[in-house]
Write a protein that binds this ligand. Structure first.
Ligand code: G4P
Ligand code: NA
Ligand code: NA
Length: 189
C-alpha cells in the first residue's frame, strides 16, 4: 500500500535493526485519514470472504481494526491485556510470549461476543514473531469460530511471524512488508 509506505519513509524512525518507531501515525499519535485508507485496503483484500467480526488486541490494533470494521459493516472486538472490572463472564484467554519484551502475558476476550461458526478477520498493527496473532487465533478457536484471515499493517518480514502463521494455514495480508531495517533506513520487500 503506497500511501502507507510513503508515511513510513517520511515519519518512521528506525530505532535499531529490529525496531521501527511509528508513533507519529500509528502507535501514539494516530492519523485518521491514513487509518481510513488502511481500513478500505483491508476491506478490499478480504472482500472475497464472508466476515462476521473483526478481532484485534489493545491498544494499537484498535484503530486499523475499527476502520476496517466500519468499511465491512461488522463489529470489532479487542482482546484485553489487563484484568477489567467488567470483563468477568465466560472468559476465553491465551498466553502470549513477547520476544520483544521478554514477558509472558495473558490476553482475554469474553466469549459472549464470539459465537461458534462466526467468521473472524484478525487485524493487528505489527507482525514480528506472530505470538499476538497466534494468541488471538487460539481464543477464536476456543469460541468455535473460524479465522478467515489475518490483516497486518506493518510486517517485519525478516522476523518469523508470517512463516509461523502460514505454516498453520492462515492467510496473511500485510499492507507494508519490511525486508530490513539497516543503517537507519527502511527497505521494503
Ligand atoms: P509478535 O506478537 O509478532 O510476536 O510481536 P512481539 O510480541 O514481539 O511484539 C510486542 C509488542 O511490540 C506489540 O505491541 C507489537 O505490536 C510491538 N512491536 C513489535 N515490533 C515492533 C516494531 O518494530 N515497532 C513497533 N512500533 N512496535 C513493534 P504491544 O506491546 O502489544 O503494544 P500496543 O498495542 O499497546 O502498541
Ligand atoms: Na503495537
Ligand atoms: Na499490536
Amino acid at each position: 500500500m503506497e500511501q502507507l509506505k510513503q508515511k513510513i519513509r517520511e515519519q518512521g524512525v528506525v530505532l535499531s535493526d529490529q525496531v521501527l518507531k511509528v508513533d507519529a501515525f500509528l502507535n501514539h499519535q494516530i492519523d485518521p485519514v491514513l487509518m481510513q485508507q488502511i481500513g478500505r485496503e483491508f476491506a478490499r483484500r478480504f472482500r472475497d470472504q464472508r466476515i462476521d467480526k473483526i478481532v484485534t488486541i489493545e491498544a494499537s490494533g484498535i484503530a486499523p481494526a475499527l476502520m476496517t470494521a466500519l468499511e465491512l459493516g461488522v463489529p470489532v472486538i479487542f482482546a484485553r491485556k489487563h484484568r477489567s472490572l467488567t470483563l468477568t463472564d465466560n472468559l476465553l484467554s491465551a498466553s502470549v510470549y513477547s520476544f520483544t519484551k521478554q514477558v509472558e502475558s495473558t490476553v482475554a476476550i469474553s466469549g459472549s461476543h464470539l459465537a461458534a461458526g462466526d467468521r473472524v478477520l484478525v487485524i493487528d498493527d505489527f507482525l514480528a514473531n506472530g505470538q499476538a496473532a497466534l494468541g488471538l487465533a487460539s481464543i477464536i478457536r476456543q469460541a468455535g469460530a473460524e479465522i478467515v484471515g489475518i490483516g497486518i499493517v506493518i510486517e517485519k518480514s525478516f522476523q518469523p511471524g508470517r512463516q509461523e502463521l502460514e505454516k498453520r494455514g492462515y492467510r496473511v495480508e500485510s499492507l507494508a512488508r519490511i525486508q530490513a531495517l539497516r543503517d537507519g533506513q527502511v527497505s521494503f520487500l
